[in-house]
Ligand binder design. Structure first.
Ligand SMILES: CCCCCCC/C=C/C(=O)SCCNC(=O)CCNC(=O)[C@H](O)C(C)(C)COP(=O)(O)OP(=O)(O)OC[C@H]1O[C@@H](n2cnc3c(N)ncnc32)[C@H](O)[C@@H]1OP(=O)(O)O
Ligand SMILES: NC(=O)C1=CN([C@@H]2O[C@H](COP(=O)(O)OP(=O)(O)OC[C@H]3O[C@@H](n4cnc5c(N)ncnc54)[C@H](OP(=O)(O)O)[C@@H]3O)[C@@H](O)[C@H]2O)C=CC1
Length: 267
């Protein structure tokens, strides 16, 4: 659907690109002509994904925990040495665990906030200072989650993702002088490797959950990647500071209390 040279000559970084949604985004950027770098924490799994993705184009990878600024700075050095520029940053790495708020410890809260809010900010700051601001050009897409009416059962990620959405609005204004566009993609429930990590009691409710979503299905990784490639492309050159739902209209009515109610039955 996109021209095969949409991202020809561009260099794109996809965090968490070894699996699920991030893997599909990395693959689509490669198919559309970009040179792509992926990072994540688990180097063995990252290497396997990188070998698979290399079939589609020029792919580099480096282990990086987005919560560690020194890891990000090492990633910057690698990108500088290899490409001497960066055009697109997709902040996809993230995750959380289902829990009722009263059972979330400081450590658990901080782990999720560090991963989804602090890590995303550190990545944005370091890549902007190293590349986007001096280049006076850059595109950032943050993958958040549909948290429009809160997130019963995952209060920590609701707060973190809302933080990223607000950060996005701020930076769209502060960095407009540098010709940096920044947007979010907010997925609903997406059939991906990520969902396999949820406890069986929650997976058991997926069939009912699908029926309750206005479009009557969970999203596919391609649905999310299509939105990301659009926002990163010149077709979106007048779009900045927004959050685009990719959720089958889940944000308009799907009752996330279902998740909290399942948790109440066994926590
Ligand atoms: C109706 C259906 C609704 C479903 C909606 C689904 C929508 C969203 C889907 C997705 O996002 S899919 C992507 C999912 N992928 C992940 O979430 C990745 C897996 N998660 C993680 O890696 C962790 O949750 C993490 C906290 C983000 C990882 O951070 P870190 O490695 O630093 O954590 P740990 O050292 O493992 O744990 C730190 C601390 O956090 C608490 N904790 C972690 N896991 C759990 C858990 N499963 N249950 C309860 N508490 C947990 C805990 O306090 C940990 O400290 P310790 O107790 O281990 O000392
Ligand atoms: N699937 C869904 O229904 C939804 C997903 N999302 C979000 O979309 C994103 C992708 O999810 P999905 O593909 O489904 O799930 P996955 O669990 O497959 O992907 C998460 C990726 O992030 C990487 N990652 C996690 N923490 C870090 C970190 N601290 N530093 C670097 N990399 C990290 C993981 O690799 P490694 O373990 O090697 O670090 C992994 O590749 C996540 O942010 C997720 O929360 C949002 C809404 C719904």
């Amino acid at each position: 659907m996109f021209k095969s040279d949409t991202f020809k000559g561009k260099v794109a970084m996809v965090t968490g690109g070894r699996s699920g949604i991030g893997f599909q985004i990395a693959k689509d950027f490669l198919l559309l002509g970009a040179k792509v770098i992926i990072c994540s924490r688990k180097e063995d799994k990252l290497k396997i994904a990188a070998e698979e993705l290399a079939a589609y184009g020029e792919l580099s990878y480096q282990a990086c925990d987005i919560r560690k600024t020194e890891d990000i700075q090492s990633l910057v050095s690698m990108i500088k040495e290899k490409y001497d520029r960066l055009d697109i940053l997709v902040n996809n790495a993230g995750g959380q665990f289902p829990a009722l708020a009263e059972y979330i410890s400081d450590k658990g809260w901080n782990a999720v906030i560090s991963n989804n809010l602090n890590g995303t900010f550190s990545m944005i700051r370091e890549m902007a200072n190293a590349f986007f601001i001096p280049q006076k050009q850059g595109v950032i897409v943050n993958i958040t989650a549909e948290v429009y009416r809160g997130f019963p059962g995952m209060a920590h990620t609701g707060a973190a993702r809302a933080g990223v959405e607000n950060l996005t609005k701020t930076l769209a204004q502060e960095w407009s002088d540098f010709n940096i566009r920044i947007n979010c993609v907010s997925p609903g429930i997406i059939e991906s490797s990520g969902l396999d990590q949820y406890p069986q009691q929650i997976q058991d409710m997926f069939e009912e959950a699908e029926k309750a979503i206005p479009l009557k299905r969970f999203g596919k990784v391609e649905d999310v990647s299509n939105a990301v490639t659009f926002l990163a492309s010149p077709m979106a050159e007048y779009i900045t500071g927004i959050s685009l739902f990719v959720d089958g209209a889940q944000h308009l009515g799907f009752d996330k209390m279902g998740l909290a109610n399942v948790l109440k039955s066994f926590m």
